[in-house]
Design a protein around this ligand. Structure first.
Ligand SMILES: [Zn+2]
Ligand SMILES: [Zn+2]
Length: 183
């Protein structure tokens, strides 16, 4: 397994561009509620920007997440462009006060230690940021029955229909009144 790093020592003049395709498993998503189910294609260009390292790139892959309605696997394509700044954390350069000030001004700057940036870490974080809030297994997923928990995509259950919410009642009342007025 080949690891990819952005080596700070390589960033002397020109932009350094790298790209690759990561098989599922190369980036560790254990502990997350997701599974990478296809190759992750990515490209990254890194360059020095003053004291910071600017990392511009994008990633594209497919993931499986639990459907937000029925909890079955939902497959989503994730495409994520990014434009990030990193600053080397150096105990000799920054005392604590200075660091706090930096965090206030430059909230988009991430700190790192050592002399290289792990590309898999950057991709992992960017993928997690790009996940859909409410993944669906299909657009018209019927979800789970709130009474018995049956998956309504595959089963029909005998539970009584959900009661209208008070809000819905008010809407129906309004509709009725409007109909009476127009008739
Ligand atoms: Zn579903
Ligand atoms: Zn039910």
């Amino acid at each position: 397994m080949k690891q990819y790093f952005i080596e700070l020592n390589d960033l002397t003049g020109d932009k350094v561009s790298v790209q690759g395709s990561f098989e599922p498993g190369l980036i560790d998503f254990s502990g997350e509620n997701l599974q990478q189910v296809g190759i992750m294609d990515w490209s990254i260009a890194a360059e020095r920007a003053g004291e910071e390292i600017r990392v511009v790139g994008s990633l594209k892959t497919n993931v499986e997440l639990p459907c937000s309605r029925c909890l079955e696997a939902a497959c989503c394509e994730v495409v994520k462009p990014f434009d990030l700044f990193f600053r080397q954390r150096d105990a000799l350069m920054f005392d604590e006060d200075e660091e706090v000030e930096l965090d206030d001004k430059e909230t988009s700057t991430a700190f790192f230690t050592g002399t290289k940036l792990a590309i898999s870490e950057i991709l992992r974080e960017q993928l997690l940021l790009a996940l859909p809030m409410k993944p669906l297994c299909k657009v018209d997923c019927k979800g789970l029955c709130p009474s018995c928990g049956s998956n309504l995509n595959v089963n029909t259950c005998q539970c009584p229909q959900e009661q209208f919410s008070p809000h819905m009642d008010k809407l129906l009342e309004l509709k009725k009144r409007l109909e009476e007025r127009s008739s």
